[in-house]
Design a protein around this ligand. Structure first.
Ligand SMILES: [Zn+2]
Length: 520
């Protein structure tokens, strides 16, 4: 905008009538430029700009549904350093929500608040006695008749449908732990296993002494993340459908313990990412209570992994290092630019070109049109080249067109039209990454893969307002990584997670991720 609000407020009819012809012309040009820019902005939608579909009114979305373009802008923020547009709506929703206050509040039970013991008594379905067998001192067998109970607790678990049984079955096992005195005088005590060898989540203990069993924990993870239910809704579901009363605290602790249990899997995920031939990376904004962060996704053929971190190069450096040799598909964000084998998503560029073409500025319209024509022509050629490798490389065949287009970008780089200038600059800065696909036509043209992997969690973000603690973010990221990776491999994340939790509770290593179905 050339005229500020302040300038405009000072202009009125009288003022204009008093201006000299020269001044009048000058101001008309400014007014015309501003008017065109304002009109263009009015016509923007998710198909021709970086506006996310979520910022559109429902009726606007309706009319666009037949255009089945998969290019969600949910994750596009290439020219958006501001908080996401959904944040305002989130804030309003927050204010109207009775449980949410503006004051940052520590999650869970507040210090000094009255505690509530467990009041629900469920019938016991199984008994499990834990009796020491040999003396911890002299190694002699112990006399089971001398056992004395030391502790007992109940674990509620879920057995779910498999090939033989159908439906869900809730079990309640009473675990009793005993001690026995040996004739040597030593008392051997059997105790529930506890482990907190988890490096980054030290405060969480994986223990057998848990009310929620591994299968039930897996259901809680499923409801919270895959079904995107809030803790309150999970509580409601368990109560209504399983007759099980669990506190919000227990549900939350279950998620945190499960995340801690799954944490060692991160190493396997990173290894697979580093070894991949082709990697899609993308980020979307994320709130951790009041901290503005990003949810990153790394997607390969066999892995979908997430991290919540700042939008610096640190995370990507930590994961990929300089050793990554595969193809990296990303948006134009600069942290990716150090990778040589990088390719750019064309969908983003096409949307921007579309915006220019639909605009009002003639030169910019031309840039938009030329960009769209060139890309459409090249896309046809690339698709053909995939099935019928050409005799002359595409870069050679289209050399004239590419040189002409580059010339146009060089010219438009000087344009006064902000968006045209931005597109021309982006094209020139990232030229090699954008047109590399001409040499390697088998490479993907869009980053849809990564954008799709973020979409589910963008909706969850709107429901849950993000995460609330660093630990919560860590737990969330590892659990959704396991869920999405298992789903990508067409394996049940729930059976796998139940095994992970079970193993870690009794102190054995986590199993490897299941292999993709069909490659077993
Ligand atoms: Zn003994």
């Amino acid at each position: 905008m050339q005229l500020s609000n302040d300038d405009l407020s000072q202009l009125d009819e009288k003022e204009l009538l008093n201006l000299s012809e020269d001044d009048l012309r000058r101001i008309s040009i400014k007014l015309l430029t501003d008017l065109k820019e304002a009109r263009e902005r009015l016509n923007q939608n998710s198909h021709n700009s970086s506006r996310p579909p979520s910022s559109e009114a429902p009726w606007e979305k309706e009319t666009q549904q037949d255009d089945s373009s998969n290019h969600s802008e949910e994750t596009d923020k290439s020219d958006n350093k501001k908080p996401p547009p959904t944040e305002k709506a989130d804030k309003e929703a927050k204010q109207s929500s009775k449980n949410k206050t503006e004051e940052p509040r520590k999650p869970g039970k507040q210090l000094g608040a009255k505690g509530f013991g467990r009041t629900q008594k469920l019938a016991i379905t199984h008994y499990h006695e834990h009796v020491p067998e040999t003396c911890g001192c002299c190694q002699q067998p112990l006399n089971a008749k001398l056992k004395k109970a030391t502790t007992a607790f109940e674990t509620i678990d879920l057995e779910w449908a498999n090939a033989k049984t159908s439906g869900l079955r809730l079990t309640n096992t009473k675990h009793t732990y005993y001690e026995i005195s040996c004739h040597c005088g030593h008392v051997t005590v059997k105790e529930p296993h506890r482990s907190n060898s988890v490096d980054t989540l030290q405060e969480i203990t994986c223990s057998q002494w848990r009310l929620v069993g591994p299968g039930l924990a897996s259901l809680i993870i499923c409801l919270s993340y895959r079904m995107r239910l809030s803790r309150e809704r999970v509580q409601e579901f368990l109560s209504d459908w399983l007759g099980l009363k669990l506190s919000i605290g227990t549900i939350n602790n279950t998620l945190h313990e499960s995340g801690a249990a799954a944490l060692p899997i991160q190493e396997e995920l990173v290894k697979e990412i580093v070894a991949s031939q082709q990697l899609h990376v993308d980020e979307t904004s994320w709130m951790e209570l009041t901290t503005f962060l990003w949810l990153w996704v790394f997607s390969t053929e066999s892995v979908t992994a997430y991290w919540i971190a700042t939008r610096s190069s640190e995370l990507i450096d930590n994961i990929l290092g300089q050793a990554y040799c595969g193809w990296l598909m990303s948006d134009g964000y600069q942290v990716y630019r150090t990778y040589h084998k990088r390719v750019r998503c064309w969908a983003h560029l096409i949307r921007k070109a579309q915006g220019l073409q639909e605009g009002l500025d003639k030169d910019s319209q031309l840039l938009g049109e030329k960009t769209l024509n060139l890309m459409a022509m090249l896309m046809t050629a690339i698709r053909e080249a995939c099935t019928h490798p050409p005799n002359t490389p595409l870069t050679e065949r289209y050399q004239t067109q590419l040189i002409a287009y580059r010339q146009l970008c060089e010219e438009m780089k000087q344009s006064t039209h902000k968006k045209a200038k931005a597109l021309a600059t982006e094209m020139l800065n990232d030229w090699e990454a954008i047109f590399r696909v001409l040499e390697y036509p088998h490479l993907p043209l869009t980053n849809n893969e990564a954008e799709r992997a973020l979409r589910h969690w963008v909706i969850l973000r709107r429901i849950s307002y993000g995460t609330r603690t660093e630990e919560g973010s860590c737990v969330f990221a590892i659990l959704i990584s396991v869920i999405e990776t298992c789903r990508k491999r067409q394996q049940s994340p729930w059976v796998f997670l139940a095994t992970v939790i079970h193993n870690r509770r009794i102190g054995i290593a986590v199993p490897n991720l299941p292999i993709a179905k069909g490659s077993e």
